[in-house]
Write a new protein. Structure first.
Length: 677
């Protein structure tokens, strides 16, 4: 099927979040009409507000909205769209969707259908790349998908090895297997996750290349036969095979290696008659050898890093290519200037095994300034739902040198305030400040090697943070009382008797209770006591959501928010040195029993779909046994028993959507006592 191109005026963006906003910005700058689609969960989302017009696809679940080809095509017909940009994720690498666009006379802003089909299948693409002479990792990519064949082929390959979904990406349907005994379980889980995420359970096996760098080449091709590459990105910092930090250029890249990898990527694109933006991913070992991993037939999440160092707008190139225009540059015109590092801000809790998080966006105040770019898809007052990918924003630092880019990125993360939903912001800063990253030594084993359980354990609140929380609450409530008062003479403002009173605060953090006493000495000067520690704090400035405090002579600028709470103005959220605090003063408040669960309970760690229930009432289980699988935000999470015992009750059937903290099942310990799981 030939690739349909031609001029268009109305562009439908078949996506949501930051990528929908990103595409719309360029489209509107080019004079195009940007059309948004949205689910019921996204009625007030930023991409809907930004669009020139919008169309409701359906309910929140992706199968009934963003992944419904029929509904997206109907949206295009009813809004008068002539072209569709799929962004990334969702339908971006769905060959059936691209084919449907072509048959409906719509321009699909992406490659031809054949390239999507071929490169979207890891087995087929690897066979094709081997034929094309592109270096590939030893493994199995055959048609026989029986467990017996996969087990036999794995024995030939050796361990450790990777089990991968042939379709899709993003780390889903992928398992690292260190020993033979774990292979059968890994195959079952990878196949199940792949079927649910991509509709195909086909797997491939590959020898695990230990501690490589993950380096990808950005390619671009037009409909006139021109193919070129725009340099590389290093995406080695990953967690569970999902990228966390990306940068351009790669810290260890040399000109000869870039030329070799670039030529291999261009050859791969030419071999499949590629059109548009694509990325060829490689593993680069310590000896400078590289191996084809896969090709992503779409715009990448990390494309801003390439845009910054090349000075090109990749979305603009995509749209112009879709209109039939030739590429405006040759390979010799591509120059990489400076350095860019991108961090992915996720709604997830690093101190709870990175479980995806949901909840309100009480305040989103991104940093700005020289050398900072932030692509986001959230806004204050919004909500992070359990239905979609947990990525909230991309924060990019750039400069003339890698050191400058890194320092600017750390500063941007530190100054960006996100309250309400839990995020990985502090973890990202920790990554950027590790010596291995600073010195450009990060491989795909970076996080495992640099972060211990202790590093990823929740930490108690510091005395300084508790003191600042107390002053912020004290000042907020004092000023609110003044605003509510009538006829208060200025002379009595901040007046108190000859013996100042100490105001108590109590914050419960983890298993600790922090008691704080605040004594106001003058208008803006306070003494704060915590146990045997005393601090002197001056409130120099207290404006809307920002305060300047002098803590024992040291100036602290704090972004804060007082959210609406059932406990009144007793809750304070603030950003200090990049750390986000959300504390409630429980002094004088009744302790809430909401959310309390009895012993011997298994609760849902997040909102999601109970994909599998592996036990029933009466089953005898041992610690470590698999109890079920919960699917949330496109990932599957195993529920594992933490004690020996007997299953007393199972409260939900598989296939049920459950809320966070929902009681899933009850387990009795063998001696009749119960314990918490």
């Amino acid at each position: 099927m030939s690739k349909k191109t031609g001029p268009f005026k109305n562009l439908l963006v078949a996506n949501r979040g930051e990528i929908a906003c990103r595409v719309m910005r360029t489209a509107q700058r080019m004079g195009l009409q940007a059309i948004a689609v949205y689910s019921e969960a996204d009625r007030d989302a930023p991409h809907v507000q930004m669009a020139d017009s919008s169309y409701l696809l359906g309910p929140a679940p992706v199968a009934e909205s963003y992944l419904s080809i029929d509904r997206v095509i109907q949206a295009a017909r009813e809004t008068g769209a002539e072209a569709i940009h799929p962004g990334y994720g969702f339908l971006s690498e769905n060959a059936a969707f691209a084919r449907r666009c072509e048959s409906e006379g719509l321009i699909f802003v992406g490659p031809n259908v054949e390239a999507i089909e071929l490169m979207g299948d890891k087995a087929q693409s690897k066979r094709r790349m081997i034929e094309a002479g592109v270096p590939c990792i030893p493994g199995y990519q055959g048609d026989d998908q029986s467990d017996e064949t996969l087990l036999a082929e794995a024995a030939k390959i050796g361990f450790p090895l990777m089990v991968k979904a042939s379709a899709g990406g993003g780390g889903r349907g992928m398992r690292l297997v260190q020993e033979k005994k774990d292979l059968a379980s890994a195959i079952k889980l990878a196949r199940s996750e792949a079927e649910n995420a991509f509709g195909s359970g086909e797997l491939i096996l590959e020898l695990a290349v230990t501690q490589p760098r993950h380096v990808e080449i950005q390619v671009f091709a037009d409909t006139h036969g021109h193919v070129l590459h725009l340099g590389e990105r290093d995406c080695s910092v990953q967690r569970r095979h999902q990228k966390v930090i990306e940068e351009a250029p790669c810290p260890v890249m040399t000109s000869p290696l870039r030329d070799a990898m670039g030529q291999a990527a261009v050859s791969a694109a030419r071999d499949v008659d590629y059109v548009g933006a694509g990325t060829v991913e490689f593993l680069l070992d310590e000896n400078g050898e590289f191996f084809f991993l896969e090709m992503n037939t779409r715009l990448q999440v990390e494309h801003p890093a390439t845009e910054i160092v090349t000075g090109l707008d990749l979305v603009e190139l995509q749209l112009n290519t879709a209109m039939g225009a030739p590429l405006p540059l040759q390979q010799s015109d591509v120059e990489l200037t400076g350095h860019a590092i991108e961090a992915r801000l996720y709604a997830e809790d690093p101190y709870q095994d990175f479980l995806p998080a949901t909840g309100p966006v009480d305040l989103w105040q991104p940093a700005s300034g020289n050398g900072i770019r932030i692509d986001d898809g959230i806004a204050t007052g919004g909500e992070v739902s359990p239905y979609y990918d947990p990525m909230l924003a991309k924060v990019i630092g750039y400069g003339q040198t890698r050191s400058e880019a890194r320092q600017r990125l750390v500063s941007a993360l530190e100054r960006s305030a996100l309250f309400g939903v839990v995020s990985n912001k502090r973890f990202l800063m920790d990554v950027l400040e590790r010596p291995d990253f600073i010195e450009g030594r990060a491989t795909t084993a970076f996080i495992a090697e640099n972060f211990s359980e202790t590093d990823l354990a929740a930490k108690p609140v510091s005395a300084e943070a508790a003191a600042i929380a107390s002053i912020l609450l004290f000042e907020h409530n004092r000023r609110k009382s003044v605003r509510c008062s009538t006829g208060l003479p200025d002379a009595l403002l901040n007046w108190f008797g000859s013996t100042p009173l100490a105001t108590p605060f109590r914050f419960s953090v983890l298993d600790d209770v922090v008691e704080v006493f605040v004594t106001q000495r003058s208008n803006a000067l306070y003494d704060v006591t915590i146990d045997d520690q005393s601090m002197e704090i001056t409130c120099r400035r207290f404006a809307d959501r920002q305060a300047t405090l002098i803590v024992d002579g040291y100036q602290r600028v704090v972004t804060f928010n007082v959210p609406v709470s059932v406990s009144g103005d007793a809750r304070i959220q603030f950003n200090l040195d990049g750390e986000t605090y959300d504390l409630t003063n429980t002094h004088g408040l009744m302790a809430s029993a909401l959310g309390a669960v009895g012993e011997g309970t298994v609760v849902a760690p997040m909102h999601g779909l109970l994909l599998e229930v592996a036990v029933k009432a009466g089953d005898v289980i041992a610690k470590g046994d698999r109890l079920g699988v919960l699917e949330a935000m496109k990932m599957q999470h195993e529920l594992v028993a933490e004690i020996d015992g007997v299953v007393a009750e199972v409260h939900f059937q598989q296939g049920t959507q459950v809320a966070a903290d929902a009681l899933l099942m009850q387990i009795d310990a063998p001696d009749g006592a119960k314990d918490e799981v």
